[in-house]
Design a protein around this ligand. Sequence first.
Ligand code: AGP
Length: 604
Amino acid sequence: MCGIVGYVGKHKVKDILLEGLKELEYRGYDSAGIAVLQEDNFSFYKAVGKLDNLVQKTADFNPEGFAIGIGHTRWATHGKPTELNAHPHLGESSYVVHNGIIENYQEIKNRLLADGVRFLSQTDTEVIVHLFEKYLKSEPTPFDAFKKTLAELEGAYAVLLATKSLPDTIFFAKNGSPMILGLSEDNEKIFASSDAPLIGHAKDVLYLDDGEYGYVTPTELQLFDKNDKAVQPSLSALPTSKLSAQKEGFRFFMEKEIYEQSVVISDTFLGRIQDTGIHFEELDPALFDDINEIKLCACGTSFHAALAASYLFERYAKIRSSVEIASEFRYKEPLLMKDTLFVVISQSGETADSLETLKMAKEAGLKTLVICNVDNSSMVRLADASILTRAGIEKGVASTKAFATQMSVLWMLSLYVAKKRDTLSDEEMLHQLQSLREVPNSVKVTDTLHEKIRRLSKRYLHGHGFFFIGRDVFFPLALEGALKLKEITYLHAEGYPSGEMKHGPIAMADPDLITIALMPKHMLYEKAKSNVEELSARDSTICAISPIEFDKADDFIKTHQRDHYMLEFFEMMVALQLLSMEISVRLGNDVDMPRNLAKSVTVE
Ligand code: AGP
């Protein structure tokens, strides 16, 4: 997720901007830049890669006295990580930084291109500054031009804009992406995407709400709400510690990342769910020409996403799908056919085993697609095509939001391929699209759910192991739930197909065997129920997760009635993530940095 900083004041503007961006590094980025306006003169610097590259570039730039400045760390969503695509983006006399996605940027860009505007970057953001400068020529004031610009933007944005037309002013707007404004003792203004950069500089903070916008000068703060009504800012006190600021009040990064899945998945969907189908701007539809099989390959949690996706591709796109564990695939001398699309799924884009399988597929002449969270990673650079999951940086070693966004992309991709192969009726497609739109809502964490899971977690701190069981796509989800438990509680667990328990594992059933049973209403409920009853009859300890009351379980986590099994999948995913986290907390483990694990396994 991108990071934004802004400053209006007379202290060392460059240092404040760079230190602020450094405090936002935890949000993940692949390029950065700053722009400073002082005495009607703009200076700007951009650099790809780590922030130190920008620090070096600005070593000889040390403005003194009053200035305004804006800065940005970019997590690429539209356009590769390059200096041209790095923010701030400039017009003739203005600069802008932006976090979020402008869904209708292409339509605006086409209009501006027709007006003769020259674009330097591939980003959606650049349309903001050119649209603003177009309206500067027609509107009575720069603020009117800014308001008219905002009125045309659709999507999520946190925007800071500076212009020579008003060299002591920063215009700001917030809608769907985070931005806050800090006020110092001597009334200086500091903008940031989160609290961390403000600590030590600001005394009070204004947490902007969606739809709010306005401008600041050395002496003014003008704030307007989404109904264009001037409002009195309500200021709060700042948290004291930077680390807690980066966790935004949560106990762990993993907890924060579970809670932000709803917002993050909305980003994943932006610009991709259309009225009658799915649109992936980064895909050439020809990628799927002459393809009769999809082979998915990954490790760990990403493998579980791949396995779940295989059900969706066969069910909706009627295309043969197979799934491989990368470390096995590498050495099994696989048969690779040219009519197979090879799809690698990876959060980091650097996992050694997965990367090697991608090389094998390319050497065998297969078309390759990567579903990844990190633009410019080794896999993204190597594959024929890539789809970014837009989860933002995932700090918790145990993957949560990366898995959620992988599943969101894969569900969309199964519908995208179904459309291309004409295997779904218009009515069915509309039902799928409507259900997809419900995903952000289905992963929202409620206090009731979290408190229920926190309380029942005390019963699951021992026993001779856990089974997580499910059918259909809930079997890969069971595997994922088991992996979450293993990696942050160090307790033994395994995911198993519900229907397979009677073929051996049921011999283990006794009160010390704990079974977490996924029992969705809209996917083989009766079958799953009878499997669980077989365990219950043998006195196994059972925690059932279902929208339907089930009285043969020792514990029951009630989920919502949903009209699509995939929405049940996402809601149960959150319950499993919280369960593992709360058990880990009770055991006193390091939730974010479990022993023996690395966030990206770049060795065999
Ligand atoms: C997931 O919780 C684990 N951290 C691990 O299994 C991870 O999914 C696996 O190492 C694959 O990583 P990747 O998605 O970055 O390729």
